[in-house]
Ligand binder design. Structure first.
Ligand SMILES: Nc1ncnc2c1ncn2[C@@H]1O[C@H](COP(=O)(O)OP(=O)(O)O)[C@@H](O)[C@H]1O
Ligand SMILES: [Mg+2]
Length: 407
């Protein structure tokens, strides 16, 4: 019989065994890949998502088609699930609370509350003893000017909530950029510095600033580490990935990262410190900047499987998705050993047709993953390939030969 658990701070929960049902809030590709791997181990899945034909809904045992805000839908999800997880972080905190009272949500609402807000996130990272780029909280025009005075230009102004793939960010190089960004914020209406109390993913109190100004750091490389923890306290990291973005969207993950062993190990150990400090359950993506002098700044956290960990599906003993299921179910974590050098390339909407046209030319060590989304919009993440080769230079060379992407 599946076991229903108490909270981890009461006592370490018993494992939730295969045969149990995992509920997932959100029906995107991360949920889909969690399900595909979790089913291999014998778990059952129920997905809650408003879109009927969503990537995770297609492969789950049951899909509850509903808005996330529906109490009836949440009740149904809680009733059917021995454990509940989420695959995106802008889940309403009230909803998580509601689910926590009725089922088992090992990731808890605290982790979401922290990672939903860039300022709270930075404070939590620093509390774990890890460095972030210098920053300044901004709620008013005066504070923006104070921040610019303190940090110096160039800076990046970011909304504290709701940003992704570079959205909700302004690169400020000149004082004109500062004025222009503030006036855009005032007039756009799309991004409001004010607090909307009906949206619990926004700031909790009207005194909490809506923006964060960060020093622009001229990093040498962007790195990330996927770290996993289970409620018993076991922690494991996957090998450090080097990430290349295009138009603020992840384009390539290169593993092993082209950095020294010392940097790579230090990146993993920073991620472990953060996971321990946040009492993580499941996996989390930790994005970092590597500076020329070897310093590492943590940029942001994603308390779920992360795009830069998709390489693990084919190149590691355990995938980040299986590890997430193991983490939330309090099973022992799987080996994170890298079996082959690998480069992951995202397939965006505009890449689907060329990938399908070229598929027959790909070497047999290229693994294709498509998320079965019906509409291939420009820049929408539709899938990815993992290219395994004798080393990452060779994998990058092969990708360049496909002629689909600039590498
Ligand atoms: N302080 C910074 N200095 C330099 N580059 C930055 C800084 N903050 C963000 N960036 C660049 O913008 C990208 C997106 O920023 P990030 O904070 O990760 O937001 P998101 O991924 O949520 O859009 C980063 O991956 C990095 O390339
Ligand atoms: Mg990011």
């Amino acid at each position: 019989m599946p076991v229903n658990n108490k909270n981890e701070n009461q006592h370490p929960p018993l494992p939730i065994l295969p045969g149990s049902t995992v509920g997932i809030l959100g029906g995107g590709q991360l949920g889909r890949m969690m399900i595909l791997d979790g089913r291999k181990m014998g778990y059952k899945f129920v997905t809650l998502d408003p879109a009927e034909d969503c990537p995770a809904g297609q492969v789950s045992d049951i899909q509850i088609v509903s808005e996330y805000s529906s109490i009836q839908a949440a009740e149904q999800l809680a009733r059917r699930s021995q454990v509940i997880t989420y695959e995106f972080e802008n889940v309403d905190a009230k909803m998580t609370q509601f689910l926590q009272e009725r089922s088992y949500v090992p990731q808890g609402s605290e982790l979401l509350h922290t990672t939903q807000h860039r300022l709270r996130e930075k404070v939590a990272i620093e509390k774990a003893g890890v460095q972030v780029a210098p920053y300044f909280p901004v709620g008013t025009e005066q504070e923006l000017h104070d921040g610019v005075d303190k940090l110096g230009l160039p800076c990046v102004l970011k909304t504290c909530t709701g940003g992704y793939d570079g959205k909700g960010q302004w690169l400020l190089k000149t004082t004109q950029d500062v004025a222009a960004a503030w006036s855009e914020i005032q007039t756009s209406g799309a991004v409001q510095p004010a607090v909307d109390s009906s949206d619990s993913t926004a700031n909790d109190s009207p005194t909490e600033p809506g923006f964060i100004l960060e020093k622009f750091v001229p990093f040498e490389r962007e790195l990330s580490v996927i770290v996993a923890r289970n409620p018993s306290g076991e922690i494991k990291t996957f090998p450090t990935a080097e990430n290349i973005h295009k138009n603020h969207i992840l384009h390539l993950s290169i593993v092993p990262a082209r950095v020294s062993k010392e940097v790579s190990e230090r990146a993993r150990s920073l991620a472990e410190s953060i996971a321990a400090s946040l009492e993580l359950a499941g996996v989390m993506g930790v994005e970092m900047f590597l500076m020329e002098n070897g310093e590492l700044f943590v940029n942001e956290l994603a308390p779920r499987p992360h795009n830069s960990g998709h390489y693990t599906l084919d190149a590691c003993v355990t995938s980040q998705f299986e590890q997430h299921i193991r983490g939330i179910c309090n099973l022992p974590l799987g080996s994170t050993e890298l079996l082959s050098p690998v480069v992951m390339v995202n397939i965006l909407g505009q890449d689907v047709a060329p990938v399908l046209a070229q598929l027959h030319t790909f070497p047999d060590t290229v693994k294709l993953h498509l998320y079965d989304k019906s509409e291939a919009r420009v820049n929408r993440k539709m899938g990815h390939i993992n290219v395994m080769a004798k080393d990452t230079d060779e994998a990058l060379h092969q990708i360049a030969q496909f002629g689909i992407w600039d590498v």
